[in-house]
Design a binder for this molecule. Structure first.
Ligand code: ADP
Length: 380
């Protein structure tokens, strides 16, 4: 009787999901021992580390899962830490046969890689990247987001992955694997998560260091199986854009611009440079478009037509680049971004949130096609 009960408790506990690894803890080898005596269950689990928020949550979920089994009156959870051998076995399992330090997002991978870029800063590229990532996750896709905007990283703040002092969440490390924190269903990694207090939040690195960082994000961060990997690129056509072009020549590129004519030229250039590395420009997003005022008039602070113009300038005879979405100015979107609650979650009915959802839908249907893709060349 007790052994049946112990089996039921083990099954319930094994199904608890590790919030960082997004897999059942049974599958991850974290359930050590389950005993039941007279309706009292004792469950021993071994975690990658203890004392972190994820560990507290797993412990609570394990307690709840065991207590939910009919016939169980009390639960004791013993939390231990994995031995080096257990950790190694877990890392092996997570890598699923992939050798260490290799890039899982090559041209043969099933993950669609989308780089979000812009000609200049301040056009809302990071806001678009963060909301697009969350909107894609809301559609049921497994989404990762790399904050490659190393000098102006803002993804941790936009996704609420910061503590009360504004410090970015620290990723858990599992030997050489880095586990990306998860927010709103998106696994996110940012250089901001690796800076220490003394750094003052600034990254004063040159090309080679930036290249290594982007490369490390692609090889050492355990995203697991993703449907989509988004990259929030730095504005312009600098070192990181070239590195990403070399590392991910098959990536799709989305260009963000404002409706302002003056912003268009630089936006077009960022798309052209991406295309030169072999990447495909799959669409343009116009952000900060006209805002409908309560009296029904439209306030087009940054003019109009920029998105359409950029899309037209990037289109060729065999490759029409569409305007994927036009996102209006929105004070709600701005306030939600500041508060770390993306507008698509916090205010899904806001016009800007609805436009972000349209963007996610358009991007999904824009698919990944190899036809008409120019051969990559290596910039020197
Ligand atoms: P970038 O990544 O291009 O530098 P950000 O995403 O950091 O730009 O956005 C710059 C500022 O503009 C942020 O304060 C953001 O909240 C605000 N912002 C972005 N898009 C909109 C919009 N559609 N309406 C209102 N404010 C916006």
């Amino acid at each position: 009787m007790s052994s049946d009960l112990a089996e039921s408790v083990r099954a319930a506990v094994a199904a608890v999901t590790d919030p960082e690894l997004r897999r059942p803890i049974g599958e991850l080898g974290m359930v050590r021992d389950v005993r039941v005596a007279g309706g009292a269950a004792t469950v021993s689990i071994s975690l990658t580390i203890v004392g972190c928020p994820a560990a507290t949550r797993i412990e609570q979920d394990v307690r709840d899962a065991a207590a939910s089994v009919p016939g169980i009156a009390g639960v004791t959870v013993d939390v231990g830490v994995m031995s080096p051998d257990e950790r190694r076995a877990l890392v092996e399992r997570l890598r699923a046969g992939r050798p260490a330090r290799t890039m899982p997002f090559g041209p043969d991978s099933l993950t669609r890689v989308v780089a979000v870029t812009s000609g200049k800063g301040g056009v809302g590229k990071s806001t678009v990247a963060a909301n697009l990532a969350v909107a894609l996750a809301q559609r049921g896709l497994a989404v990762g987001l790399i904050d490659a905007d190393v000098h102006g990283f803002s993804i941790p703040g936009l996704l609420g992955l910061v503590d009360e002092h504004g410090r970015a969440a620290q990723p858990t490390r599992l030997d050489e694997l880095i586990l990306p924190p998860v927010a709103h269903g998106v696994k996110a990694i940012s250089i901001g998560m690796f800076l220490r207090d003394g750094d003052g939040g600034a990254v004063a690195w040159r090309g080679p260091m930036l290249h290594r960082t982007v490369q490390q994000f692609l090889t050492d961060v355990h995203f697991g199986d993703l449907d989509v990997l988004l990259l929030d690129m730095p504005p312009g056509t600098g070192d990181v854009a070239i590195s990403v072009g070399q590392l991910l020549p098959h990536a799709d590129v989305v260009v963000v611009t404002t409706p302002q004519a003056a912003a268009s030229d630089v936006a077009v250039r960022s798309g052209l440079v991406a295309r030169q590395t072999g990447q495909r420009v799959v669409g343009v997003v116009e952000n900060m478009a006209a805002l409908a005022l309560p009296d029904g008039t439209m306030l087009d602070l940054f003019g109009s037509g920029g998105g359409r113009d950029v899309a037209a300038a990037l289109s060729t005879d065999d490759d029409q680049v569409p305007l994927l979405a036009s996102i209006p100015l929105s004070a709600t979107l701005r306030a939600d971004g500041d508060a770390g609650a993306p507008v698509v979650v916090a205010h899904p009915d806001d016009p800007a949130a609805r436009a972000m959802a349209v963007l996610a839908a358009s991007l999904v249907s824009s698919g990944r096609g190899l036809a008409g893709r120019p051969l990559p060349f290596t910039p020197r």
